[in-house]
Design a protein around this ligand. Structure first.
Ligand code: F6R
Length: 618
């Protein structure tokens, strides 16, 4: 998982590439590098650390920034520890070729040995340096141009890649290729400039026209010429499809907030509306979703729905299980994509697989989809990133329309995924007749009120901040919920651990007495979801059990609650709604709480250690 940013044209390439890398740091940020060509010489700058560390180097020597062509990289280490040498770009042995790479070359060791036997030496531990030397070797052997050499070299490679390759001897072109990792090409007016990036965010202010390469495609980007896209395996030229981007610059900037995470938390009312806008016609009592409508028979006849996802998206999938089974009476299994893909699961053509992914690039989810498709299942995607690999790989799908999520900790992706899953469950329930007409209408009315209720909850920010101040030094926390709110407990714990590095566990409230209760003492904060519907009395009993063991109770209750208020140390009230919709509300205080604790502990909220926004490797 890494970010690639490149430019070729008539502008100064450096600021475009560096700003692009900063926007792509969500993809990895353990080292960064940039290669500039100033018309005569290559200038390579790279370092361990963030893009800001790279800037410190280039600022000391302005020559490093000169030129109208360059390629840059922000890394999330796979092969080789994060250090200066392993940072990209990597040069070939002759120093003529340079490469940036996102992905993993699985057979790099064999290729490396082969190249060593031909006299190559290596400066780094990376698979990427092997690839650039392989390209150089092919170019030398075949006496061919760069494009051909890249294509032939890639036929020898197994693994995943998005690459951009530059040849000092042909300084008016960059060759890019893709398999498994994303790459987009922004096209300037009259082909006078081109932008290369892992997603469109680095070039959004320069052009709205972009080509997204598909797997096993490569393109030769040459100034003044239309982009030519070819298939890597058979060298066939294919028609180039130019897409018009919907992204705006404002959407990818912080807009006055200190961090992307808090901006994205506050965007949720709008994101939820954007997700159901045009789909949920509450007044008419209709839910329109093209991906479901076009395949309604398949959904209605499905013997089972299997949801595959990772991390937060998996938590949304768990909420989906409760929704589908409760409303539409379809059996559901929720699987970690990473387990599903390798455990030889039973899948048949009567199954529907729903793959959930914010980024649409998660390697395990993508592999689970491919497996399901190979067994004949119909695969439906719930993705946020338009045009992402998962969106393209699935048979049909529904976008979440949350807008770009830059903060590594997922927030608005989660609530919009639940929104999409609720719409699908309601739609199927209506079509199957498993939900009465009046209940269906009530849900639509209540769903329409969710954004304003989320807005109201966001106004509790100060209160949540006070609670954060009390518990910020806790070493361990427990999150408990039942029914629809059990997945929210898991998600609350994940949010806390990933950005504040405090150990936290989520549990179904009733499971507490089967083990975790042993952990409770006066130092243990326990966050309990105790909304008035859904097992309220039973959760109240759990709260009593915690109290009698001196645990600190922070409860999320429904407005007007009396009982829990008397027992808990702190309460946060959520507005009343249908039980099935409560996850859209109960998750908000947990997001705010994790955010404030991480800020108070001076952690890097948007780029927590060791994490990357989308995990495109196993
Ligand atoms: C947690 C988080 C991760 C992702 C997971 C799946 O805040 O962001 O757990 O949810 O890596 O990513 P996507 O949804 O992009 O497939």
């Amino acid at each position: 998982m890494c970010g690639i940013s490149g430019y070729i044209g008539n502008k100064d390439a450096y600021p475009i590439i560096i700003n692009g890398l900063k926007r792509l740091e969500y993809r990895g940020y353990d080292s960064a590098g940039v290669l500039m060509y100033d018309g005569a010489e290559i200038n390579l700058s790279k370092t361990k650390g963030k893009v800001s560390a790279l800037e410190e180097i280039t600022n000391k020597d302005p020559k490093r920034k000169e030129g109208n062509i360059g390629i840059g990289h922000t890394r999330w280490a796979t092969h080789g520890v994060p250090n200066d040498l392993n940072s990209h770009p990597h040069l070939s042995q002759s120093g003529d070729l340079a490469i940036v790479h996102n992905g993993i070359i699985e057979n790099y060791d064999t290729l490396r040995k082969e190249l060593i036997s031909r006299g190559y030496t290596f400066q780094s531990d990376t698979d990427t340096e092997v690839l650039v030397n392989l390209i150089e070797e092919v170019k030398k052997q075949e006496k061919c141009k760069l494009g051909k050499a890249v294509q032939m070299a890639l036929t020898q490679v197994t693994g995943a890649y998005a690459i951009a390759v530059f040849d000092k001897k042909k300084p008016n072109e960059i060759v890019v290729a893709k398999l498994g990792s994303p790459i987009a090409i922004g096209i300037g007016k009259n082909n006078k400039e081109f932008f290369i990036a892992s997603d469109a965010s680095p070039f959004i202010e320069f052009t709205k026209n972009a080509v997204y390469l598909e797997d096993e495609e490569m393109a030769i980007i040459k100034l003044g010429r239309d982009i030519r896209v070819r298939k890597i395996m058979n060298d066939l030229q294919i028609e180039t499809s130019i897409q018009e981007l919907q992204l705006s610059l404002e959407q990818i900037e912080k807009g006055g907030y200190d961090h992307f995470m808090i901006k994205e938390i506050h965007e949720q009312p709008k994101a939820i509306i954007d997700t159901y806008r045009g789909r949920m016609l509450a007044d008419q009592g209709i839910i329109k979703m093209a991906g479901v409508d076009d395949n309604l028979e398949k959904f209605l006849n499905a013997e089972r729905i299997i949801i595959v996802a990772c991390g937060t998206s998996w938590h949304a999938g768990l909420v989906g299980e409760y929704l589908f089974e409760d409303m539409a009476r379809i059996p559901v299994e929720v699987e970690y994509a990473s387990e599903f893909r390798y455990r030889n699961p039973i899948i048949s053509s009567k199954d529907i697989v729903i793959a959930i992914s914010q980024s649409g690039e998660t390697a395990d989810t993508l592999a689970a989809i491919k497996l399901a498709k190979s067994k004949g299942a119909f695969v439906f995607g719930v993705c946020n990133v338009v045009g992402s690999s998962i969106a393209r790989e699935t048979d049909a799908g529904a976008y979440t329309h949350a807008g770009p999520e830059i903060g590594v900790a997922s927030t608005k992706a989660f609530t919009t995924q639940i929104t999409v899953l609720s719409l699908i469950a309601l739609k199927l329930a209506k079509a199957k007749g498993t939900l009465s007409n009046s209940a269906f209408h009530t849900y639509l009315q209540k769903m329409q009120l969710i954004p304003s209720k989320v807005e109201k909850l966001l106004q509790l920010d100060e209160k949540v901040k006070e609670i954060a101040r009390v518990y910020k030094d806790a070493k361990n926390c427990l999150y408990l919920g039942r029914g629809f709110n059990f997945p929210v407990a898991l998600e609350g714990a994940l949010k806390l651990k990933e950005i504040s590095y405090i150990h936290a566990e989520g549990y179904p409230a009733a499971e507490m007495k089967h083990g975790p209760i042993a952990l409770i003492d006066e130092n243990m904060p326990i966050f309990v979801i105790a909304t008035n519907k859904g097992h309220y009395d039973k959760v109240v009993s759990n709260i009593q059990e915690i109290k009698s063991r001196s645990g600190k109770i922070i409860a999320i209750v429904t407005e007007g609650d009396v009982t829990v208020k008397e027992i808990a140390d702190h309460v946060i009230e959520i507005p009343e709604t249908e039980e099935a919709l409560t996850p859209l509300l109960t998750t908000i205080p947990f997001q705010l709480l994790s955010y404030h604790i991480a800020v108070m502990l001076d952690k890097n909220v948007d780029q927590p250690r060791n994490l990357a926004k989308s995990v495109t490797v196993e």
